[in-house]
Design a binder for this molecule. Structure first.
Ligand code: ADE
Ligand code: ZN
Length: 326
């Protein structure tokens, strides 16, 4: 399709990417062997065959099991560098990535280890490709707020290396309100917040993320269209929604990409854009997501350009950096 060239050629940002979700089965197997970690799969094909999900939780179970092969600083470097190469191939010029320190500290990995490996790869991305980045520490919402506070305590010596905080993992039953005190403390420390909300959870969780966590963006947010007053609020404040279409399809948030509400979000004046979430698990990186949406929703040129413009607007690049990419 003629617009596919445009999608691939335009400079883009990515704002919703879990680095642990970029762990491809080949690297998972190689690291398991190197580190002596047992995996419940015979080979790479068996891993891929297991990637059939019926909910967010059915994915998270495999995602956390997969992350258990990551042990050393070099492992986190290699993971992140592999993502950087794929992002560069997709013409991503700026990326804001999530990582889940509690997934690693719970296994006895020191707090500093993932941070150092990820940061070193992001520094190399800047020197080799001019690719800029931000790093967002995500708290796991299935754990307690006290566990989140303990993680924040461990992060204190490294705050200069952390650009913001997020909230991810099992959404249903773990509303943003559970973490109001933790996010208030993060705000005092000068850390901007984002939060997953309205992926599987109701529109009420998006209100909580905005009002109780002071979330500057909503990760996913696709269920906002169930509440007209919420859509009006998101539009009036230009609160970005970091939408992840292939993730929504794989986790059965939508039955069919053609039924995705991405166009509805754009038509409502929302600052929505496309992201890959956990590309190794959901079948594609950023361009694959954009190409799939173009085909399934018959997106036109203006809609594609709007999605890309929104990705820059919603990013944490400085006004000068944004202007330079216009
Ligand atoms: N962690 C990794 N991917 C996630 C998603 N899509 N939703 C919530 N938590 C996640
Ligand atoms: Zn996510």
């Amino acid at each position: 399709h003629p617009l596919d060239q445009l999608i691939m050629a335009l400079p883009k940002t990515e704002l919703h990417l879990h680095i642990e979700g970029s762990l491809e089965p080949e690297m998972m197997f190689a690291l398991a062997q190197k580190n002596g970690v047992a995996l419940p799969y015979a080979d790479v094909d068996a891993v891929r065959a297991a990637y059939q999900f019926d909910s967010l939780q059915s994915f998270l179970d495999l995602y956390y099991a997969g992350a258990s092969v990551l042990i050393t600083e070099q492992d986190f470097y290699d993971l992140t560098w592999a993502y950087v190469l794929r992002a560069h191939a997709d013409n991503i010029v700026h990326t804001e990535i999530f990582y889940d320190p509690q997934t690693h500290t719970a296994r006895g990995i020191a707090f500093a280890v993932p941070l150092a490996g990820i940061r070193r790869a992001l520094a190399d991305a800047l020197t080799q490709f001019g690719m800029t980045s931000k790093l967002i520490l995500c708290f796991l919402r299935h754990l307690s707020e006290a566990d989140g506070f303990a993680t924040l305590e461990q992060a204190l010596p490294y705050l200069s290396q952390i650009d913001g905080v997020g909230l991810d993992s099992s959404e249903l039953g773990h509303p943003p309100s559970k973490f109001a005190a933790l996010f208030a403390r993060c705000a005092e420390l000068g850390l901007p917040a984002v939060a997953h909300a309205g992926e599987e959870g109701p529109a009420a969780y998006i209100w909580e993320a905005l009002d109780l966590l002071k979330s500057t963006r909503i990760d996913h947010g696709v269920r906002c269209t169930e509440d007209a007053a919420l859509v009006a609020r998101l539009a009036a404040d230009r609160v970005p929604l970091t939408v992840c279409p292939l993730s929504n399809l794989k986790l059965c948030v939508v039955d069919d990409l053609a039924a995705h509400n991405l166009r509805t979000l754009l038509n409502a004046g929302l600052c929505a854009m496309v992201n890959s979430d956990d590309p190794a698990y959901f079948g594609g990186y950023l361009n694959t997501n954009l190409l799939a949406c173009r085909a399934a929703l018959d997106l036109n040129k203006a809609e594609i350009v709007q999605l890309i413009l929104n990705s820059f607007e919603a990013s944490w690049l400085s006004a000068e950096q944004k202007a330079a990419w216009q």
